[in-house]
Design a protein around this ligand. Structure first.
Ligand code: LUZ
Ligand code: MOS
Length: 768
């Protein structure tokens, strides 16, 4: 019996392998002969010094057991490349609970696991810090404060009719990728190391492994297959696990496989950064925002990892989707004894959006101006110069907002909600509109580049390799469409390759929503190159000159539906004939494509420039219902108008929007990442850490794409889609908060996630 409907099969979506369980993740690969299995030994407290690793009991377990420590590393024991603050294996000191102190390898996984539990760690425990504000007070900040500002905020506050200050908290978030961190390392002849890694960034893994083993990068090859999700968790943080496998392989001369089990993955790896923030907002009588001042205390964890790029994205998104003339923002990376917090879909922007939306919500309470009116009044407009100095073009914020209001008939819906709340005592409803304006590009300029390698084979099939890693997001599908359209041949002819450092070098991680923008464009450019060679060659073919006349020139020839045309006239040559003729005449049918995103420049000293190629806009409406006795709630409806440019594949984009929204709702409402004061992860399993499930997401979602929304600045007129719609999930927070206020009028609170416990505390007047 085939559970996949025929129409889906016929469409051969990129997701079919995932859907049918045929995808092979790292742990599904057949292991090579003699492969050893690795298990990490994590520190058992959050901070300490004078670390001593005692392997004796572990070694006594089984003759195959080996235990490696920092002293065994042949290269440099360092993964940090912004600053050297992240040893692969703890050496002397340790800075978070679960930091890897030793690596155990053994003949099989159960033996390695048991041996790891027997490795004794000794040392002197020190008191940990887990709270970012406490770290700040002690001066434990990484690097320096980062500022971004425009205008005279003090003067603008003086002119304001209302000035509202407050603070807000947002929690971290687990990636909960289906596939945990994993890698297999194969030692090859001559000291070369080949790896299979579940990573978004094969080049980053290559660099880390080379550094740890003391090898040139050319002696390390990294391949990434299709990942079982990543969400940012495998942007930087796949590297240590691959490096550990490579270390074991180097020291034993045998292949080594390392697959984290779920609980180690939860305890040892980084997550979304929690933030604690102070804000002050100034409003004019008519609801215009005149000034905004904000201080972010980013909980960065024990090492810098990607915290700086993330802090920059927070600063860039401080004003949300709004145009505010005077802004002063400062951010601190606060060093705490928790796993290094890292990239997570949104990358610091969701934290910033939550703050500005909280400020507006609170300003609405104080001023009596409806929230939606303040929001709508202040949306960014065409030509607005952001407070970081970028002039916005082709702005679609008001358009998405107004269309949504019209399509969902928001005024009628608001009346329904009010009526519902008048007529129900034990259930209350709340509604919120959430817009997004999300900058697309890596905040680190140098990362905005990518490459491809395309081979056309003699039988007419085509292999396309790029730096993009397919992790379920559909980037391979977009690359396929871009390549097929450019060459003018059937999609059936293509194979989108796995990502490998020997095929495409110096790749950036597939991240920042730019996977397709960069890599589908690089593939397109390589296909263009091959197409141009073919049409140039075709123009010289005597049999074509006969049909099309002697003045036949390359620029008049096109390949469409696998045939050659000149000025609309079929030249009677198909793709395969063209190729065999081209091969006879020794035309190169391979090409490398390279793309660097245009128009980027940002002066960090001045804090001004164009850090983004363009922005993605959209507006969502979220309707929630609260059970007043229980403090529980459900989302009952969501509507969106989203700017996807001209989607390359609308179904892929819909999937991304729904998924991002679910993940945003999870962050805003359910996912309660908690650490104890001793730095232990309390939410250390999927029974204590709740992610959105089918039941939670069981409500109608209507997604309308903005029509005629061509984006001249990305591949085939499309727009990046991965991260921006996550912001819509924040609407869930304020929809629930509005429902709570309908049950019990009072000032709101800004402490995300809004779990039922907090709802209950509010309803019973017990909230802090
Ligand atoms: N990764 C990164 C990202 O290295 N830089 C970024 O700006 C970014 N933005 C979003 C997601 N990942
Ligand atoms: Mo990133 S948060 O790896 O796009």
């Amino acid at each position: 019996m085939n559970p996949i409907p025929e129409e889906v099969q016929n469409e051969r979506p990129e997701s079919l392998l995932n859907l049918t369980g045929q995808t092979r993740y790292t742990d599904d690969l057949p292991v090579p002969e003699g492969c050893l299995h690795a298990f990490p030994v994590g520190t058992r407290s959050a901070k300490g010094k004078n670390l001593v690793v005692d392997p004796s009991a572990a070694l006594a377990l089984d003759p195959s057991v080996r235990v490696f420590t920092a002293a065994d590393i042949p290269g440099e024991n360092q993964l940090g490349y912004v600053i050297p603050d992240e040893p692969l294996l703890a050496q002397g000191e340790w800075e978070f609970k679960g930091q890897v102190a030793a690596l155990v390898v053994a003949r099989d996984r159960p033996t390695a696991q048991r041996a790891a539990a027997l490795v004794r760690l000794r040392g002197e425990d020190l008191p940990p810090v887990t709270d970012p504000r406490e770290a700040f007070k002690r001066g434990d900040i990484i690097l320096q404060p980062y500022h971004l500002e425009e205008g005279d905020v003090e003067a603008a506050f003086r002119e304001s009719k209302w000035v509202v200050a407050g603070s807000c908290e947002s929690g971290g978030q687990e990636h909960v990728y289906l596939e945990t961190q994993s890698a297999i390392a194969y030692p090859e002849e001559g000291g070369r190391m080949r790896l299979w890694s579940s990573t978004q960034g094969p080049t980053g893994v290559q660099r880390a492994v080379a550094h740890i083993l003391g090898l040139p990068m050319a002696q390390v090859e990294v391949e990434a297959g299709r990942l079982g999700g990543a969400f940012g968790g495998k942007e930087d943080q796949a590297a240590p696990w691959a490096a550990l496998a490579a270390l074991g392989a180097r020291l034993t001369g045998l292949p080594v496989k390392l697959v984290l089990n779920r609980s180690d993955d939860l305890r040892m790896t980084g997550k979304r950064h929690p933030y604690s923030t102070d804000f002050k907002i100034g409003l004019a009588e008519d609801g215009r925002i005149l000034a905004f001042q904000v201080t972010y205390y980013q909980n960065s964890g024990a090492s810098i990892d990607l915290s700086l790029a993330i802090l920059w994205r927070t600063l860039f998104h401080a004003t949300g989707s709004y145009q505010i003339p005077a802004v002063q923002a400062v951010g601190y990376m606060c060093k705490t004894n928790l796993p290094p917090f890292t990239a997570f879909r949104g990358f610091g922007a969701p934290q910033a959006f939550f703050v500005i939306e909280s400020a507006i919500f609170k300003a609405a309470e104080v001023s009596g101006i409806p929230v939606a009116q303040i929001q709508r009044t202040n949306l960014v407009t065409e030509g607005w110069r952001t407070y970081y100095g970028m002039k916005l073009q082709d702005v679609r914020a008001e358009k998405t907002w107004d269309l949504l209001v019209q399509r969902a008939n928001v005024p009628a819906l608001q009346r329904e909600v009010d009526e519902f709340n008048r007529t129900h005592r034990l259930k209350k409803r709340g509604m919120h509109l959430q817009s997004v304006c999300f900058g697309i590009s890596f905040t680190k300029l140098m990362m905005n580049q990518g490459g491809s390698l395309v081979h056309v084979y003699a039988d007419g099939s085509v292999s396309v390799a790029t730096g993009a890693v397919e992790m379920g997001q559909g980037v391979a599908r977009k690359i396929l469409v871009a390549a097929a359209r450019t060459l003018g041949i059937s999609e059936d002819r293509f194979r989108i390759e796995r990502t490998r450092t020997t095929t495409v070098a110096n790749t950036v991680p597939t991240a920042a929503s730019t996977g397709a923008d960069i890599n589908a464009m690089a593939a397109l450019l390589a296909c263009q190159e091959i197409r141009n060679r073919l049409t140039a060659f075709a123009a010289t073919m005597p049999e074509l000159k006969k049909i099309a006349g002697p003045e036949l020139s390359a620029d008049r020839i096109e390949i469409r539906n696998e045939r050659l045309y000149a000025g609309g006239k079929d030249l009677g040559i198909d793709w395969n004939t063209l190729l065999s003729r081209a091969l006879e005449e020794r035309i190169d049918l391979s090409a490398h494509g390279y793309y660097a995103s245009p128009g980027l420049r940002f002066d960090q000293g001045l804090g001004k420039g164009n850090p983004f190629v363009y922005h993605v806009y959209g507006t969502a409406l979220v309707l929630a219902e609260v059970d007043v006795l229980r403090g529980t709630y459900k989302i009952i409806r969501a509507d969106m108008v989203h700017d996807g440019g001209i989607p390359i594949d609308e179904k892929v984009d819909r999937g991304q929007i729904e998924g991002a929204f679910a993940q945003g709702l999870g962050w805003a409402l359910l996912e309660d990442l908690r650490f104890g004061p001793d730095g232990s992860l309390l939410s250390d399993s999927l029974s204590t850490y709740k992610v959105p499930d089918l039941r939670f997401m069981d409500f109608p979602i209507r997604i309308d794409f903005l029509e005629n929304a061509l984006n001249p600045l990305a591949v085939l007129g499309s727009k990046a889609v991965g991260e921006p719609p996550l912001i819509f999930g924040i609407g869930g927070y304020f929809a629930v908060l509005s429902a709570l206020k309908a049950a019990r009028p009072g000032p709101g609170f800004y402490d995300l996630p809004l779990i039922p416990e907090k709802a209950m505390a509010y309803l019973t007047g017990g909230q802090k």
